[in-house]
Design a protein around this ligand. Structure first.
Ligand code: F0G
Length: 365
């Protein structure tokens, strides 16, 4: 039987490692590509969800972090540092713990979900809440790594992009070819950059580090469809947003580091980068939980919100294969599930310890 060995060993030919590399892995990747029958029927397409919440720390960040921490160890790093809206810090802390090195994380004060904060602390990170937003945290993290002995594991580190591109390989390996469209949320824009790199590499011959030529795996490349939160949509505006705001704290980012990568992915693929409102994000979040059985954190629903928005506007073709990455697990930030569409709180009904009462409360009697 084939045991999944993590993205570095599974895709070693296409990553910057050798047989001697000490690989730091938690078995990330190999995540499910789940059919979404309700979204498919609603839009007249075949819609599949790449469920990245199934990674070891609950988000897609693990794909990049196995590669970044592995590269850091190869460089002799004894400490890694990152800025984060939460998921990167959870992932960096876990991989650093396994590697036996120190992890410092900078997060925006009060703007990160409790699940993510708990993970970083549990894995032993030195966590500081900075009085500023993610963009401020990233600037400090960059300066720290330039002037102090700390290895930067944000997606400005090319190793992160290399690891994350494996998600595209998995999609093609599972579908047999690239989809027609790939939808995903966009924050700091590392992931859309990585997916596009992966799809491009799989559509061409690839020369390995030791000079072997691998044939193309796919015949086509998807249009890349990125969605930002409306209050934090610098790529849509065309200029940085100084005070980004959205309930989707994971993508509350005003000046994406991989700006050029995102624009290139859009333009080279014939795709688009657009925005969705917080209400559209929460509606997509409810759709995923209630109709598809897939629980995600709010930011992760931005790609689905984009799909629904385009469908409503009559801008979506039919009969296509559409993959949507849902980036992080619902348990990261569960409070939104207890909020109804009208904004009111959902509280479970309390009943007597009695089967007749329970049956009545359930409408069965
Ligand atoms: N979805 C989730 C759940 C995220 O945590 C992030 C980014 C994104 C989408 C956007 O991906 O930045 O590559 O465009 N989270 C980062 C963090 C910023 O610090 O965890 P991106």
């Amino acid at each position: 039987a084939h045991v999944w060995r993590g993205v570095i060993r599974e895709y070693a030919d296409r990553l910057p490692v050798t047989e001697e590399t000490r690989v730091i892995t938690l078995g990330e990747g190999g995540t499910p590509l789940v059919e979404a029958p309700k979204l498919s029927a609603h839009t007249g397409n075949r819609v599949l969800l790449k469920v990245e919440g199934m990674n070891p720390t609950g988000s897609f960040k693990d794909r990049g972090m196995t590669m970044a921490v592995t590269s850091g160890i190869a460089d002799g790093a004894e400490a890694v540092v990152c800025a984060s809206t939460g998921n990167t810090s959870a992932s960096a802390a876990a991989y650093a713990a396994q590697a036996g090195i120190t992890c410092a994380v900078l997060v925006p004060n009060g703007k990160i979900a409790m699940g993510k904060l708990s993970q970083a602390v549990a894995h032993g990170a030195e966590l500081l809440q900075v009085e500023g937003n993610f963009d401020d945290c990233l600037e400090i993290a960059r300066k720290l790594s330039e002037n102090y002995p700390a290895y930067l594991v944000n997606s400005v580190n090319p190793a992160r992009i290399e690891g994350q591109k494996t998600a595209s390989f998995e999609v093609v390996d599972l579908l047999g070819d690239a989809p027609d469209f790939h939808f995903l949320p966009v924050g700091n824009a590392g992931n859309i950059t990585a997916y596009w790199k992966g799809y491009k590499e799989y559509a061409e011959e690839f020369t390995t580090a030791d000079g072997r030529v691998l044939p193309a795996v796919s015949t086509k490349r998807p249009a890349m469809m990125g969605f930002q939160a409306a209050g934090a949509a610098p790529l849509v505006a065309g200029y940085p947003v100084t005070e980004p705001e959205t309930i989707a704290t994971a993508i509350r980012i005003g000046n994406p580091a991989s700006w050029d990568g995102a624009i290139a992915a859009r333009d080279e693929s014939g795709g688009r980068i657009d925005s969705v409102s917080d209400e559209e994000i929460l509606e997509a979040h409810r759709w995923l939980s209630a109709k598809e059985g897939v629980f995600v954190e709010p930011a992760s629903a931005a790609g689905v919100a984009g799909l629904l928005k385009m469908h409503e506007a009559g801008e979506l073709p039919s009969g296509k294969t559409i993959v949507i990455t849902v980036t992080g697990h619902g348990l990261k930030d569960p409070q939104w599930a207890l909020r109804a569409a009208d904004g009111s709180d959902i509280t479970p009904t309390v009943v007597e310890n009695d089967v007749v009462q329970v049956a009545a409360a359930l409408g069965l009697a």
